[in-house]
Write a protein that binds this ligand. Structure first.
Ligand SMILES: [Zn+2]
Length: 250
């Protein structure tokens, strides 16, 4: 049995009274664990397993998952005990903040490979939740800022100034962004990509994008640019496997 520090990403039902819990652990990266009996009314672990809780968790090796007596495949860790360290009550009590945090952990769950330790992702998520908790108002830019930083961590480095295709600096005042390429694109390279999707921004949008890419949360919370949000939404759609349709609703 071993103890881990983790942030809860998601939980889903498994059988009558069990759940599969997805966690981002400091020690092992994303881990999928089986919580037996967690849906029973008296389960002291249950409240600590809500999405975006920071918890201390203990696992025990579980050799096979069985459903109606049939082994269904992969080995899962068994979650033995979960203790809440920070439930981020300031986020939970605010509908907008809560929605953003739910979205952020769902995105990490979707993007992070299983069992790949990455302290950077753990601390990005933790720092961002801590910031969101104390932010006076939850500007949507905070969520977009998190997304840009997360994608950067996964190797999709945003490029707010040079053309992503040829590396040249586009003409003054020409701020067109290319979601597939993850940044700005010059007029020559656009010509070569007729029929592809571009988003026209302005100078302020480009500055805002650079601020989001730098992870300046105070600044990110003030970003209001709809066009920039459209670009980032399309960017993540290009680079994550599924269309995150509900994202457009915020
Ligand atoms: Zn170019």
């Amino acid at each position: 049995m071993s103890s881990h520090l983790a942030i809860v990403l998601s939980r889903r039902d498994f059988g009558e009274s069990d759940q599969i819990i997805f966690l981002y652990t400091l020690e092992r990266g994303k881990v999928e664990a089986l919580a037996k009996g967690v849906k029973k009314i008296i389960s002291k672990n249950s409240s600590a397993l809500e999405p975006f809780c920071l918890i201390e968790v203990e696992f025990a090796a579980c050799h096979h998952t069985k459903n109606f007596g049939v082994v269904v495949g992969k080995e899962l860790d068994r979650l033995i005990r979960a203790r809440a360290i920070n439930i981020f009550a300031g986020i939970r009590g605010d509908l907008d903040k809560s929605f953003m945090a739910q979205y952020a952990v769902a995105l990490v769950n979707k993007m992070a490979p299983a069992e790949e330790k990455d302290d950077g992702i753990f601390s990005l998520l933790f720092d961002w939740l801590a910031w969101l908790e104390k932010a006076e108002t939850a500007g949507t830019g905070l969520l977009y800022g998190f997304i840009v930083k997360l994608f950067k961590r996964f190797g999709f480095e945003p490029e707010p100034s040079k053309c992503v295709a040829c590396g040249q600096l586009p003409a003054v005042g020409d701020y067109v962004f290319y979601p597939m390429g993850g940044g700005r694109v010059c007029s020559v390279c656009r010509q070569a990509r007729l029929g592809e999707r571009f988003v026209k921004l302005d100078r302020q949008d480009a500055r805002d994008f650079a601020a989001l890419a730098d992870g300046k949360w105070a600044r990110a919370g003030e970003v209001r640019s709809e066009n920039l949000f459209v670009f980032i939404t399309e960017f993540i759609q290009c680079h994550s496997e599924s269309k995150l349709a509900y994202f457009a609703g915020i």
